[in-house]
Design a protein around this ligand. Structure first.
Ligand code: N01
Length: 514
């Protein structure tokens, strides 16, 4: 059998449904939403609610339960800095352990009374006269003075436009909606895609399936993973001596930062060195030169996410695994037919085809000041001030918004920088008695110009590949083009001259005048 899905979240009694405007409403209970809620409470905001569409907390780590699901950032670095876990069991934690860590945060920080699970937000409209957000959910309406989106970008499955896909009569599912009821033993299984998800699934299920056919369109660059168990003695050390755990985390952070600082965001000499290391990894693990040639990427390393695995290549050398590199012509009721007419009969077809980032970000209709619709504001290009705030959308903040994802380091660090930035804005609102805060269009445009300058000539544009980092025009709208330290510096203290600050008195006057 494949890995069992994560155990369901221990029942959290639903938070009482608010009957008056909240100080803070957070959408999503993944890493971002939980971090926001914890730090908001610690900063004195108690009138807050987190709504989550799923029946448990964890976001992507709740949804992605596919066999082999794990993080490719070391666990100690992937944890929240203010919620360390000394007893991670491996260098790179698996999905069940990360999901359990996130569930545990609810008890650890007493978030249960602020959490409404199985509650999907269906729309949000800014009410300028009352200076608050009116939010529709499938449990009923809500109002909040401040709205923070922790919706994330990787939860809207990208289904491939392959003719006949829905005529398939076997089991068909996406990696993010793995059907654990399907017994893979002795079955003929096909997987479409060779991204981060696929290369974790393949070695996890290859030993148990009858036959596995992996449909590859573009080979990924793969580096060694060097995953190790962390034994009880190390765990005890980290428990007794937090400084040792912090030191390990710092080393893990600095090593990854060096990659960005040394110029991996451009095609450089370092790119060639890293490519040589990856080819060496491939040579060591795959003896067959013909197979090696088909696994050698035709674009520059770093253009797509660099993958880490010690067991993906060996799995491909198994006798019950076929790597198919010709284009798919069609899916039929009983399998997949290639462009040259060859047919692979299949019982199960897994789509490891990634996520539609744009659809994920614009999933909920958000209407800002003067009826401005978020999806339309993003007509030209998905962008946000510092990746967090948007001109025309007062008191609205996004966590892991445009261009704040990472390829080289832990995205949790980005989330934390953003959470502190939002809290600084909320503190300023309290200190100056503001009813609304939003970035000026000029500041947002300057920010975007700076971003575009950093992106010009970057590896995502020049590396000769297409990836989910890019929008339809080929621009990287997903990743931060720099070091985490540079982003942290930019986020440390908000520059209030970049914001429109509306005093609460103004709101009162406007309300009286209208
Ligand atoms: O998705 P992907 P993913 N016909 O978009 C192929 C995070 N993540 O779910 O390269 C044939 O990377 C597509 O081919 P091509 C992480 O941020 C993190 O694997 O476009 N093939 C590609 O091979 C990651 O980047 C972890 O030519 C088609 C694959 O499907 C993000 O999630 C683990 C096709 C999609 O790869 C997404 O990863 C897992 C078609 N029509 C995921 N359409 C961690 O460890 C698409 N493909 C933290």
């Amino acid at each position: 059998m494949t890995d069992a899905p994560a155990p369901p979240t221990a029942p959290v009694p639903p938070a009482p449904w608010p009957d008056k405007p909240l100080d803070l409403l957070v959408i999503g209970a993944g890493f971002s939403g939980l971090a926001m809620a914890i730090r908001a409470r610690q900063s004195g905001i108690d009138d807050l609610l987190v709504v989550e569409k799923a029946d448990g907390v964890g976001g992507t780590w709740h949804e992605n339960t596919y066999p082999g699901a794990a993080c490719d950032i070391p666990a100690h670095l992937y944890a929240l800095s203010f919620a360390p876990k000394p007893d991670w069991s491996r260098t790179y934690a698996g999905q069940p352990e990360i999901a359990a860590y996130l569930r545990d945060l609810v008890d650890r920080f007493d978030l249960g009374r602020h959490l409404s699970l199985s509650t999907a937000v269906t729309g949000a409209v800014w009410d300028g006269a009352r200076a608050l957000w009116r939010v529709e959910t499938d449990r009923g309406p809500l109002e909040a003075r401040v709205l923070v989106s922790g919706m994330g970008a990787l939860h809207h499955p990208a289904l491939p436009a392959i003719p006949g896909l829905h005529t398939f009569l076997g089991s068909l599912f996406h990696t993010s909606g793995w059907d654990h009821g399907v017994d893979l033993r002795a079955r003929r299984v096909g997987i479409i895609g060779t991204g981060a998800s696929a290369i974790q699934v393949v070695p996890a299920i290859a030993p148990e399936v009858g036959h596995l056919t992996l449909f590859q369109r573009t080979p990924p660059w793969v580096m060694p993973r060097n995953d190790r168990p962390i034994g009880p003695r190390m765990q005890a050390l980290f428990r007794r001596l937090p400084a040792a755990r912090r030191a390990l985390r710092e080393v893990q952070f600095r090593v990854r930062e060096a990659r960005a600082a040394l110029g991996f965001i451009r095609v450089s000499r370092l790119t060639r060195l890293a490519e040589a290391a990856s080819r060496h990894h491939l040579r060591r693990q795959v003896a067959d030169p013909a197979l090696r040639a088909r696994l050698t990427p035709p674009y520059r390393l770093g253009c797509k996410r660099v993958l880490i695995s010690d067991d993906f290549y060996p799995a491909l050398a198994r006798p019950n695994v076929t790597l198919e590199t010709d284009p798919i012509r069609t899916v039929t009721p009983d399998g997949v037919t290639m462009a040259d007419g060859r047919h692979h009969p299949l019982d199960v077809l897994v789509l490891a085809t990634g996520f539609d980032v744009t659809a994920s970000l614009a999933r909920v209709p958000v209407v800002g000041r003067d009826g401005l619709i978020l999806a339309r504001a993003w007509g030209e290009r998905v962008a946000a001030h510092r990746g967090v705030a948007l001109a025309g959308f007062p008191n609205f903040f996004m966590l892991l918004g445009p261009n704040t994802g990472l390829g080289h380091n832990s995205v949790v660090l980005m989330i934390e920088a953003q959470v502190e930035y939002v809290l600084a804005c909320l503190a300023e609102m309290r200190a100056r008695d503001l009813s609304a805060i939003e970035p000026t269009p000029e500041a947002q445009a300057r920010d975007l110009a700076d971003l575009e300058a950093r992106l010009a000539g970057s590896i995502w544009q020049q590396g000769g590949c297409a990836s989910w980092y890019q929008d339809a025009a080929g621009r990287n709208v997903a990743l931060w083009p720099g070091t985490v330290l540079a982003y942290q510096r930019a986020m440390r203290v908000p520059d209030w001259s970049e914001f429109v600050l509306t005093p609460a008195r103004g709101r009162t006057r406007a309300a009286q005048e209208s």
